[in-house]
Design a protein around this ligand. Structure first.
Ligand SMILES: C[S@@+](CC[C@H](N)C(=O)[O-])C[C@H]1O[C@@H](n2cnc3c(N)ncnc32)[C@H](O)[C@@H]1O
Ligand code: SF4
Length: 354
């Protein structure tokens, strides 16, 4: 039987790896720079376009490699300019990216996995579990596609879309190398935020890399009982262990942690809980982002009033913590991450995401 040979995912290759592959094809070293620039600077969609490469080389590359496709499947546009993309990957799986406009530029929220296995009770991305990890090329592809489709510059990246980035550590690491490369997107790590639900060993691994990115930690509770209820990851890495890892991260990188706290009415949003959160975090150099929860059908979770959120914030700021209620963008589109993918899958009768 003829087995299909999987093609090399060329957009995921680091410059040194391109050099090695081209050496195998008896090509001079400078070709690697040309090829990298076609892929990451000019964002060529096919080898045919790479007109300064010899045609025999273009054919050889087309035979052994693929440029991973990330194609627009659907788009939702909000009045405030926020654009939510549903992108289709080469194997037909779908992911979401959201372009947000701020005074300081455009930021793109990207996905790191198809689905998620972490099981947070308020999150649409985890319904249906984790299908697979995204490849570095598919994380870059979201940025390249959003830039191409809107004709706009992407100034910063937030890894807060579908998936747990630290559960796809190797590919995310490679993505961070590629996105930073001067001959590619050349995006400083200072313009990247990575959000995690709190995989402690991976936070320590990330700290070792000393990337200058912003680590956002999804805390969402001030005691283990509440966090156990809404975030199963807390059974493995309870709050004390998580906060200790965050302190090590700060000591190692000098980067202030940003804590995410989704306010869920009657679950974690009382003034008493605000005081406990303050006590937990007041000895840290950090910021707290309060996010009124986006209700996801079937979860039963609702947000409280704006006044409740402000009262919660005021307890934190009065105690000396830096805390803000996140500005909400694109509220009239399927706001909670993973919802557009889920709704689309439902329409198509996809059994996985039912
Ligand atoms: C979708 S997650 C992806 C990154 C990573 N897995 C994490 O949990 O931090 C990004 C952020 O969205 C939050 N989130 C998920 N579902 C939400 C909802 N329904 N309402 C508000 N925030 C939500 C998460 O807790 C997290 O802070
Ligand atoms: S909040 Fe993050 S870790 Fe939790 S299920 Fe959603 S994507 Fe996964």
């Amino acid at each position: 039987m003829n087995e299909a040979v999987e093609k090399v995912d060329i957009l995921s290759m680091l410059p040194g790896e391109l050099e090695a592959m081209l050496a195998e094809l008896a090509q001079p070293r400078f070709r690697a720079g040309q090829l990298f620039s076609w892929l990451h600077e000019k964002r060529a969609g096919s080898f045919e376009e790479m007109t300064n490469l010899p045609s025999a080389l273009r054919n050889a590359l087309a035979e052994r490699c693929e440029i991973a496709p990330v194609a627009e499947r659907r788009r939702q546009q909000a009045k405030d300019g926020t654009v939510k993309f549903l992108f289709a990957l080469g194997d037909g799986n779908t992911i979401e990216s959201v372009l947000m406009r701020h005074d300081y530029g455009n930021s793109l929220c990207i996905s790191s996995q198809v689905g998620c296995r972490m099981g947070c009770k308020f999150c649409a991305s985890t319904i249906g579990g984790r299908i697979r990890d995204l490849r570095p090329s598919e994380m870059l592809g979201q940025i390249y596609a959003a830039g191409r489709l809107t004709g706009e510059r992407i100034d910063s990246i937030v890894m807060m879309g579908i998936g747990e980035p630290l559960d796809n550590f190797q590919n995310v690491g490679r993505f961070l190398e590629l996105v930073h490369h001067p001959k590619g997107l050349n995006l400083s790590h200072r313009h990247i935020s990575l959000s995690t639900c709190g995989l402690v060993p991976m936070i320590d691994e990330l700290a070792k890399q000393k990337y200058q990115l912003t680590l956002s930690v999804s805390l969402h509770a001030c005691d283990n009982e509440t966090r156990d209820r809404i975030m199963p990851v807390n059974h493995s890495y309870p709050i004390e262990e998580l906060l200790a890892a965050c302190k090590r991260y700060f000591a190692e990188t000098g980067r202030r942690i940003s804590y995410e706290y989704s306010l869920i009415a009657g679950v974690n949003d009382s003034p008493e809980q605000a005081k406990r959160l303050l006590a937990l975090l007041r000895d840290q150099s950090c910021h707290v982002n309060l996010i009124p929860v986006n209700p996801v059908a079937g979860t039963g979770f609702q947000r409280g009033s704006r006044r409740d959120a402000e009262a919660f914030r005021d307890v934190l700021t009065a105690g000396g913590l830096s805390a803000t209620i996140r500005r909400e963008l694109g509220t009239e589109i399927d706001a909670a991450c993973g919802q557009l993918r889920r709704n689309e899958a439902r329409k198509e009768g996809d059994p996985v995401c039912g």
